[in-house]
Design a protein around this ligand. Structure first.
Ligand SMILES: Nc1ncnc2c1ncn2[C@@H]1O[C@H](COP(=O)(O)OP(=O)(O)OP(=O)(O)O)[C@@H](O)[C@H]1O
Length: 229
């Protein structure tokens, strides 16, 4: 479903500084992986490249067999909108839209606005325990509640791939555990693949497998190794 083949990325300056070198990753439908690694190793950069928000200097990224780098900007935006969902550390709910309309947004952006779309929104709000707050404004919610809404929004349009960058970085441990559990359950329910970038062992433990990003690339973490907390 997702294939990242030997990608490299450097950032400007003289000489340019290589952040990613020879990184590869393959994800099957429904597979959920954690990417861990020390600060600055390029985890967020990797997610940006997979999302098509930036382009690798070398290598290839394809989703559903389509080479993201070969698409023009419009086609890449359409692919991102239709096939990917996002959960960010800072929630990024739209403040002027209700909870329900935030979750409906990815559906609307993909041209889905009828009864079926409304049912999907309610199904997801129910799944994340936020149906009773459907008409609330994001500013009326706690951080944990906002992130539960963000999880529902990320899944609304049935994306093939959900990218989550430190989604529990701003939450207390109880809310974090709840959000992580919901995210993992919802990915499984929809057979969506997921990549969770995190520094937290607890968070990484909710995924199917843990990968470690380092100068040597992206590799399965050795069993029993848990250097980070
Ligand atoms: N647009 C950019 N221009 C220049 N340098 C950048 C850019 N984006 C990222 N970098 C650099 O690339 C390196 C990797 O950044 P990135 O945010 O991907 O790391 P990370 O592993 O996600 O770190 P953290 O765990 O601290 O969030 C950093 O040194 C960062 O300063």
């Amino acid at each position: 479903m997702l294939q990242v083949e030997n990608i490299s990325k450097s950032f400007g300056g003289t000489p340019p500084r290589q952040v990613l070198g020879g990184v590869s990753l393959q994800l099957a439908p429904g597979e959920y992986v954690a990417v861990m690694g020390e600060s600055g190793t390029g985890k967020s950069t990797l997610l940006n490249l997979i999302a098509g928000l930036d382009t690798p200097d070398a290598g290839r990224i394809s989703l559903d067999g389509r080479d993201i780098g070969a698409l023009d900007d419009d086609a890449r935006t359409r692919l991102r909108r239709a096939r990917m969902g996002f959960v960010f550390q800072a929630f990024h709910l739209l403040p002027h839209l209700s909870v329900e309309r935030n979750v409906a947004l990815p559906l609307a952006l993909n041209g889905q606005q009828g009864r079926e779309a409304a049912d999907r929104v309610r199904e997801l709000l129910d799944a994340v325990g936020m149906l009773e707050r459907a008409n609330a404004a994001p500013s009326q919610l706690s951080g944990g509640e906002m992130q539960r809404v963000a999880v529902a929004r990320a899944l609304a349009h049935r994306p093939a791939l959900v990218l989550a960058d430190e989604p529990t970085g701003n939450l207390d441990s109880d809310s974090a555990a709840e959000v992580l559990e919901l995210l993992a359950a919802q990915l499984k329910r929809d057979n969506a693949a997921g990549i969770l970038v995190t520094h937290s062992e607890l968070a990484a433990g909710t995924t199917d497998r843990i990968l470690q990003l380092s100068r040597q690339g992206l590799a399965p973490r050795a069993a029993g190794s848990s250097r980070q907390s």
